[in-house]
Design a protein around this ligand. Sequence first.
Ligand SMILES: Cc1cc2nc3c(=O)[nH]c(=O)nc-3n(C[C@H](O)[C@H](O)[C@H](O)COP(=O)(O)OP(=O)(O)OC[C@H]3O[C@@H](n4cnc5c(N)ncnc54)[C@H](O)[C@@H]3O)c2cc1C
Length: 355
Amino acid sequence: MKEFNYVIIGGGCAGLSLAYELEINGKLKNKTLAIIETREEYKRDKTWSFWRVFDHNFDDCVIKSWNSFTINTSESFHELNNKKFPYQSIDSGKFYKKINSKLSMNLNISFFKNLNEINSNNSIIFNSVFNGDLDKSALWQHFQGIEIETPKNIFDEEIVNLMDFNCDQKNDVHFFYTLPFSKNKALVETTWLSDLEEHSLMDYDLQLENYIKNNLGIKNYKINFTEKGAIPLFYPIIKNENKIINIGSAGGMTRLSTGYTFLNIQEHCKYIVKNIDKIDEVKLFSLGKKYQFLDKVFLRVLKKNPEKMPEIFFNMFKASSNTIIKFLSNKSNLIEDINIISKMPKLIFLKALFN
Ligand SMILES: Cc1cc2nc3c(=O)[nH]c(=O)nc-3n(C[C@H](O)[C@H](O)[C@H](O)COP(=O)(O)OP(=O)(O)OC[C@H]3O[C@@H](n4cnc5c(N)ncnc54)[C@H](O)[C@@H]3O)c2cc1C
């Protein structure tokens, strides 16, 4: 069986981002790479959104960038503006196409369906696949989004609605998210923060239908695209075998309080490629102990007090737009952290801290 210098298990966001980063930095000129991926075909399956707090390789896959975003509860509404760090959405279909056409030009890169098809005994392995079942009783962010198109111009295409809490919370945390790609096209998403055992929360089609009709006031539309997902808001225990480096969500790149992962994956890939020649000597890349600790306390509060979360999120967004964006993108300094913490209800957080 053929041997490879590098093996990437899972050719999704992280696997392909890493392969692309290796390729464009000339690291695959004299080295071979096998990508193990089970999917039959690549097509648009996700919309990755994030604040662009640093440059990335995929500007040409961006559907739209915005400088304004809002958050609202049933009583209050708040708008933030920021020109320095736009909020961007990436079309995964374009992303897969761009990367795969680049990789196909290098004969040192091969795709396989199963790890058993190659000899990986002497390879450096990067893994983006969770092994085993994940705990359904833990906290997850689960959601469904639809891209809708209306015959008339309806949306304000300049403003993203990040969180609309004006909806039934059912003793969990629930909000809608609207990304207007144009005046007549938007991705509308219903998002829950809860365990995955309560199936009554998963009638997403009905939730979206009611929200679009009753909250957005839209009666006539067609659905262009549907995406669905569940992101674990905990770090699954993954076997950390010798010579295996976990990447992507499996590598702890998800920010647990928000589910944001895409830009963290890009930063991780840049770190790996920079250190590829001494990868078994450098320390493992992580989002940082500070955010791991703060998110842990935040999620404890969320689990104990779901009914308070709309107000807690709303107050958090009263910080300046720079502060909130940097905090949510793991780029905040101590003063910015204190600013965010000062917006939180003290007693509840202190209880969670010492619990
Ligand atoms: C619908 C959806 C929307 C999201 N939106 C955002 C967002 O807006 N912003 C953000 O920052 N994050 C978002 N995320 C979270 C995160 O960015 C994505 O989940 C991202 O795809 C994670 O990348 P990954 O490489 O870890 O996993 P994936 O992209 O899921 O890649 C894993 C790959 O492994 C393959 N695979 C699975 N099993 C095997 C196996 N046994 N052998 C080989 N291959 C296998 C899969 O087919 C897949 O291609 C979203 C997640 C989902 C599900």
